[in-house]
Unconditional design. Structure first.
Length: 276
């Protein structure tokens, strides 16, 4: 059954996904970008087309999500199936992306929204103010494999907490991913083994190699050398995906007026998460 790796965009999902792909889908923990295909995104129009579903209507497609995941579970019985998503769990029309009956659990990655704004602004080549408007809005994000309803930053975080009811939820903070990397990845591995009901025996050599090969600087160098298919183009120019890493500190780099707006708007969640 499916385990979700979920987050609002620009929150560390690709970093976590890279580590997990290295640890679970290699012999020695050596990372390359092709491994990310082992943890595919959802929704994914290529996957849908392979299953015979060919509609461009977002609402009609949303009605098929549970059916598609049942197909995945039936096809991959006995296999670990990790899926990445930036989708809100429950959309404004009441459709669920998934539910706990067909999913083993979710690892939800959250990041200080002040830093998300800085990273998203760079990613989309827009101003910090414009990025803030996106985080406030119930909106879609488009990519090569279709559109994802990411909702607003608050609803994305809040709706996935439904999995807490069944003890199928692990919250990971981006800041812990980069500052307490080993401990945080151990937590993720322990969670995966818990929900799959398998014995957790750490392969220490592969664990350390997976961490080393997916360090931010290594990912950045891989992108510079080989390109990265998930980076976006703006005005005909490829935008660097792995650009700031730890250097992105929205808490100290947003303008004072915008920082205050963000803290007021997302006050409840930021206090709950310890960002304020």
């Amino acid at each position: 059954m499916i385990i979700w790796l979920s987050s609002y965009p620009k929150s560390g999902n690709t970093f976590a996904r890279s580590f997990l792909a290295s640890y679970f889908y290699t012999k020695d923990g050596s990372f390359n970008f092709d491994l990310l295909e082992k943890i595919r995104q959802f929704p994914d129009k290529v996957l849908f087309e392979n299953l015979g579903i060919k509609t461009e209507n977002k609402h009609e497609l949303a009605k098929q999500f549970i059916k598609i995941q049942n197909e995945i579970n039936n096809r991959d019985q006995g296999k670990l199936r990790l899926l990445k998503t930036h989708s809100v769990l429950r959309n404004e029309h009441g459709y669920l992306l998934t539910d706990s009956n067909i999913s083993l659990g979710v690892i939800y990655i959250v990041r200080d929204p002040r830093s998300v704004i800085k990273s998203y602004a760079n990613h989309m080549q827009i101003s910090d103010e414009e990025a803030f408007e996106v985080l406030k809005s119930y909106s879609y994000i488009s990519g090569a494999r279709g559109e994802t309803l990411m909702g607003d930053w608050s609803s994305n975080y809040q709706t996935w907490k439904e999995f807490k009811l069944n003890d199928k939820y692990l919250l990971i903070k981006y800041e812990d991913l980069v500052n307490k990397t080993k401990l945080t990845f151990i937590k993720m591995l322990e969670f995966i083994h818990k929900v799959t009901k398998s014995k957790f025996v750490l392969d220490e050599d592969k664990f350390l190699k997976s961490i080393d090969s997916t360090k931010f600087e290594n990912l950045k160098n891989l992108e510079l050398k080989n390109g990265f298919s998930e980076s976006v183009s703006q005005n005909g120019k490829k935008i660097t995906f792995f650009k700031y890493g730890k250097k992105n500190d929205g808490k100290n780099s947003l303008s004072p007026s915008l920082k205050k707006k963000v803290e007021n708007f997302f006050n409840k969640e930021m206090i709950e998460l310890g960002y304020l």
